[in-house]
Ligand binder design. Structure first.
Ligand code: AVJ
Ligand code: FE
Length: 457
């Protein structure tokens, strides 16, 4: 059960530098598009107390880049030390950032451009080996991912923004991408046994994904696709939101206090048809698309109603990575190659999840679909370090959040960039959050009959 080789190890320093420069440029193009889509007033406005003003995210992207690439790797003096505190996520809550004396949009754009210029100089001068921070261009990869993560956050802010649409993209594919349709079963049986979870070789994997370690799991059954809007409507129609027995105690309390009646951004018309508002467009809810904008408690309640449960994080990762033929864990469900548009709905190519069955080439070795892309998937697992965890390079990315009330999400959404998603990637959030692009799939223990005969479909 060996892990795959480091995919960047083959690159010459020049090729690695070119790769990093491309990724930095691609991320910045996205940040620019997200912040040029709206006017000045919208950039500095607080669209929701859950989110920062867009102009804060942009300057914070620059601030982190300055800290790691310009000051640390580049060894340069601070460009604007007086603003460090403003853009430190730990000094100010998201709700309070709108009141800070933030840089104006024009100052912010100048600042991030200046930082980028100096970061590219640091890229020219770094040997990209030696120090662990520079080995395989890790610091650059970390900053690319950080920018892409904040771009997804800004996309969630756009979703909360009132007013007419400003973002545009091709609709998600209505037919399977890149080939013939593959029937998607309801469920897949994952055989009992050990698998390698996490990674010790993926060069840009963050500290919380490390190290690779063996995890032994009993056989279990997992949904072959995320739960769809159509399935979720059945839960609504069955009165699921009025039945405390499907909800945990904390979940029911939250359901009542927050007045939850359906996924966020949904509304029913007089005829009982569900509509949803997405990036300023009101559309009928599409029954074949994965449900999105549900919190952990809603996901867990649906699973209980369906006679199932949420998968653990380990179950999700085994379903995604374990290849019974080679007996090893892959980087992605489909293999070790980086994602292409035929594999997964990532990178804001579309402004929503694609219908179930859209990505036959993205299925895992075990036949589980759409694990990567479309929607972040809630798991039942809390946010804990793996055995052998070593904080790197700073505690505020992962470590300070361990052990809280957070739940782990896996897989990445349509708004997550390929650079910031892998089958080992771990996300986390409060169980009540649903402004993120969150959905789920269900799992259950295998029955004795399934253990004997294979899955019942
Ligand atoms: C990994 C998405 C939980 O946005 O809070 C961004 C990523 N960390 N800047 C977050 C992150 C620092 C983080 N999540
Ligand atoms: Fe950040």
């Amino acid at each position: 059960m060996t892990e795959i080789a480091d995919p960047l190890a083959e690159l010459t320093p020049e090729a690695l530098r070119a790769h990093v420069a491309t990724e930095l440029t691609r991320s910045r193009a996205r940040s620019t598009a997200l912040t040029e889509a709206v006017d000045e007033a919208d950039l500095i406005r607080q669209h929701s107390p859950l989110m920062s003003p867009l102009v804060w995210d942009l300057a914070h992207i620059g601030s982190q880049e300055e800290l790691w690439l310009v000051r640390d790797v580049g060894g340069r003096e601070p460009l604007r030390p007086e603003i460090d505190g403003l853009y430190d996520a730990f000094q100010h809550t998201r709700a309070s950032r709108v009141q800070l004396p933030l840089l104006t949009p024009a100052e912010t754009r100048r600042y991030v451009a200046e930082v980028r210029e100096k970061a590219l100089e640091a890229l020219e001068h770094s040997p990209l080996r030696g120090r662990r921070l520079e080995e395989h261009a890790f610091a650059f990869g970390m900053i690319v991912q950080h920018e892409q993560q904040h771009d997804e956050t800004m996309l969630a802010t756009h979703q909360l923004r009132a007013g007419s649409p400003v973002l545009h993209a091709e609709p998600p594919p209505a037919v399977p991408v890149g080939g013939a349709a593959v029937p998607v079963p309801a469920e897949v049986l994952v055989p009992a046994g050990a698998f390698s979870m996490g990674t010790s070789t993926e060069p840009w994997a963050l500290d919380n994904e490390r190290p690779a370690h063996q995890v032994e799991l009993p056989a279990f059954v997992i949904d072959a696709a995320p739960v769809t809007n159509g399935q979720y409507v059945e839960f609504l129609d069955a009165g699921g939101y009025d039945e405390p027995r499907w909800w945990s105690e904390a979940g029911w309390r939250h359901r009542v206090e927050a007045g939850l009646t359906a996924p966020q951004f949904w509304e029913a018309d007089a005829g009982g048809q569900w509509w949803r508002r997405r990036f300023g467009v009101l559309e009928p809810v599409h029954p074949a698309e994965p449900v999105v904008h549900v919190c952990f408690h809603e996901a867990a309640a649906y699973a209980a109603w369906a006679g199932k449960r949420l998968p653990t994080e380990a179950e999700w990762e085994k379903a995604a990575r374990w290849d019974p033929a080679s007996r090893r864990s892959r980087r992605y469900p489909w293999g070790d190659e980086d994602p292409t548009p035929e594999h997964a709905n990532l990178g804001q190519r579309h402004l929503g999840p694609a219908p179930v069955g859209a990505y036959p080439k993205g299925a895992s070795a075990l036949g589980v679909h759409q694990l990567i892309g479309d929607v972040w998937e809630w798991t039942s697992s809390g946010w804990y370090p793996y055995p052998g965890f070593q904080m790197f390079p700073y505690p505020e990315y992962s470590e300070v959040f361990f052990g809280g009330d957070y739940r782990v999400l896996r897989g990445g959404s349509f708004g997550a960039d390929p650079a910031a998603v892998r089958a080992t990637f771990r996300n986390w959030d409060h169980p009540i959050r649903r402004q993120i692009f969150s959905g789920f799939r269900c799992a259950r223990d295998a029955t004795p009959a399934e253990l004997r005969d294979g899955p019942v479909r």
